[in-house]
Design a protein around this ligand. Structure first.
Ligand code: BES
Ligand code: ZN
Length: 651
């Protein structure tokens, strides 16, 4: 059925070429005149058996979880029993991942059993090994979480919007599920789940599963996720939450103070689902709801199935940041349905999702709008690749080798933006019609399965002619370092004027401090600019080497320092904090930065801001250290880890 050999001869010779010239990990022995099938075989076997980030083994897999838990806010622990049903055929020994868990007792089909915990590894935690026997059906594990649970953030009542109840939320991706549930923590193992969770009566519990829409009298909630998911999609959120429906199958949960604004912001969610289905096939998860988390959530969003977790920093009032919803929704196909086999294939999740996000945005808001998003992605990509080629060139390959490293290291422009531009090039080469048909059948054929990069390439090879394959340089894109020269360059009409405005600003002589004498872009135009135009403008100033005077002029004209849009605040301060600019009024400037950095914990915002401060003079550096000392404990463990490393590097 597959027209492979001729094509793959050339593909593999390219692969060989790439391997030789870029020191890609060498296969043992000479590369024979075999085909990508060999690469497929090897990679599939590796992915299925030796995921470098899990102790669990493919010989004894779980298929279902029944989780019985109690959330104790006063002690900040979860006490639980995980009942794991094993696949029908399995080896004698069953291995789970666990990290910082206090394991109390293990039972095999109800009988108390021995278990061992290996010496904890900083990254992977401990292997929990049980000699269950080949006949074993259900393994029950009684345990409680500890203060070392990196997936959990216990958010104090005083810091919430309503200040009535504390908040708890999980973040399992990539390998942190094991810090709150002993599990086979690899994306190659999927399971269905049910759960019963007891929480304080004044709070509501939600999971990545069927969810309640309001609090009940008992504080006990039941959940079910009938579609098989990998462990990194296990999720729990508990807080003083209310629900507002948006459409037939979508709605939003948030604190009462926030929920109306959130429902307004995300009002087009239902349209997004419809458009996504028209593009790439049915939405398989039933409902699509969203949960707005406290501002310390370290990400923009997390695609927990049936219940996307979101930062409140997208609720800005003008719906300008909803491409994030398109992104998390798109993961319902790329990622949640067709899942990266290991974190080495992370681009399979994120590159496809960025691509899909752009297509949804184009359908809802038009090509001009999507073009802006694509152009911003391109800017990020070029800047990111340049930096990485200096510091860690290996990391610029799409197919990664993260053995022994934190999968978090792979969360960068390569998986997202290089992945996106590669898929965009595929689209350009095949034409939309063929490409869309291919993607649609890809999602259908591999739904609820894992995907290894090489398997995707085999599918792609089947679709493409030799000429198409070679003109793209598929193998180079995926396995080589850097950014290929045939990377598509997004052109944005709406940015033409922005770039003009940047030029105009930069042409003002540095000593021209008189704002009134400065010819700035007509406000009748800029009034219509969206967040994206302003981001391009700020980045343009930065890239063009704006001086303190330019920043002062820009600020006087457009009021960036006083913006209420976190995306703009972060871009602006990341740019100016690197310089000596300290605002129209240095006290206000200082307190704005202080307030932002102590109240927001989204990594994408705060990391560049701190980095810029650390690049500044001694005052700036000391200031950064002072804020971090105050703010650290309110950040999520993941943000703490990242920033600890940033500060360690700059000491
Ligand atoms: N799944 C990711 C977040 C993630 C990745 C968490 C890896 C932990 C490990 C999510 O879908 C994502 O990509 N979020 C982005 C959103 C953006 C690209 C629109 C974010 O949080 O910035
Ligand atoms: Zn994503």
């Amino acid at each position: 059925m597959r027209r492979l050999p001729a094509l793959l001869f050339s593909a593999l010779s390219t692969l060989f070429f790439v391997q030789c010239t870029t020191e890609a990990p060498q296969a043992s022995g000479p590369i024979r005149s075999n085909t990508i099938d060999v690469a497929v075989d090897t990679s599939v076997r590796e992915a299925l058996f030796v995921d470098p980030h899990s102790y669990s083994t493919a010989e004894a897999k779980v298929v279902a979880l029944d989780w019985d838990a109690e959330v104790d806010f006063s002690q900040e622990i979860i006490r639980a029993t995980a009942h794991w049903t094993l696949a029908e055929l399995h080896a004698d020994t069953v291995v789970f991942d666990s990290k910082a868990l206090d394991i109390k007792e293990v039972r095999v089909d109800g009988k108390v059993a021995n278990f061992t915990l290996s010496t904890p590894d900083d990254l992977l935690g401990s292997a929990l090994t049980i000699a269950a026997g080949a006949q074993a059906k259900v393994i029950s594990i009684d345990y409680q979480t500890t203060s070392g649970a990196e997936a959990l953030q216990w958010y104090p009542r005083e810091l919430t919007e309503g200040k009535r109840q504390p908040f708890l939320f999980t973040q399992s991706q990539a390998i942190l599920a094991r810090t709150w549930v002993p599990c086979q923590d690899r994306s190659g193992v999927r399971f269905t789940y049910t759960a019963k969770v007891k929480v304080p009566k004044e709070t509501l519990a939600l999971m990545s599963a069927s969810n309640p829409s309001s609090k009940n009298e008992t504080g006990v909630y039941e959940f079910s996720m009938p579609q098989p998911i990998p462990s990194y999609l296990l999720a729990l959120g508990v807080g003083d939450l209310e629900f507002i429906p948006i459409g037939e199958r979508s709605g939003v949960y948030a604190e009462p103070e926030m929920v109306r604004n959130a429902a307004f912001e995300f009002s087009r969610t239902e349209d997004m689902i419809t458009q996504a289905e028209e593009l790439y096939g049915p939405y398989y998860w039933g409902r699509y709801d969203m949960l707005v988390l406290p501002p310390s959530f370290p990400f923009g969003g997390m695609e927990n199935p049936r219940l996307t977790f979101l930062t409140p920093t997208v609720v800005v009032g003008d719906r300008s940041l909803v491409s994030l919803i398109a992104h998390e929704l798109a993961h319902s196909w790329s990622g949640n349905l067709v899942t990266n086999a290991t974190w080495n294939d992370f681009w399979i999740n994120e590159g496809f999702t960025v691509y899909f996000e752009m297509r949804i945005m184009e359908r809802l808001y038009g090509a001009d709008y999507a073009d802006m998003l694509e152009a911003l992605s391109y800017d990020d990509l070029v800047k990111g690749v340049a930096e990485m080629m200096e510091n860690d060139p290996e990391a610029t390959r799409m197919k990664q080798d993260l053995a022994g490293r934190n999968p978090d290291d792979g969360v960068n422009v390569i998986a997202y933006d290089k992945g996106f531009h590669f898929l965009k090039l595929c689209e350009n080469t095949l034409g939309r019609e063929r490409w869309d048909a291919f993607l649609k059948s890809y999602f259908e054929e591999y739904k609820f399965k894992t995907m290894v990069t090489e398997v995707f390439l085999r599918e792609l090879a089947t679709e493409m002619t030799d000429e198409e394959w070679n003109s793209i340089g598929v193998v180079e894109w995926v396995y080589a370092k850097g950014l290929p020269t045939n990377c598509p360059l997004p052109i944005s009409n709406r940015f033409v004027m922005v770039d003009e405005a940047v030029k105009m600003m930069l042409s003002v002589a540095p000593e021209a401090k008189d704002v009134k004498s400065f010819v700035y872009v007509d406000q009748a135009q800029t009034i219509r600019w969206s967040t994206h135009e302003w981001l391009r403008y700020i980045r343009g100033l930065e890239a063009g080497g704006a001086t303190v005077e330019h920043y002062a002029l820009a600020d006087a004209n457009y009021g960036f320092s006083g913006s209420r849009n976190p995306e703009i605040i972060a871009a602006w301060f990341s740019a100016v904090l690197r310089t000596e600019f300290d605002g129209h009024d240095p006290d206000i400037f200082k307190s704005t930065v202080n307030i932002f950095l102590t109240s927001v914990g989204r990594r994408k915002f705060i990391v560049p801001m701190y980095q810029s401060m650390l690049e500044g003079d001694e005052d700036r550096q000391n200031w950064a250290k002072k804020i971090y000392m105050d703010a650290r404990s309110s950040y999520h463990p993941l943000a703490q880890q990242t920033l600890d490393a940033v500060f360690a590097q700059n000491m």
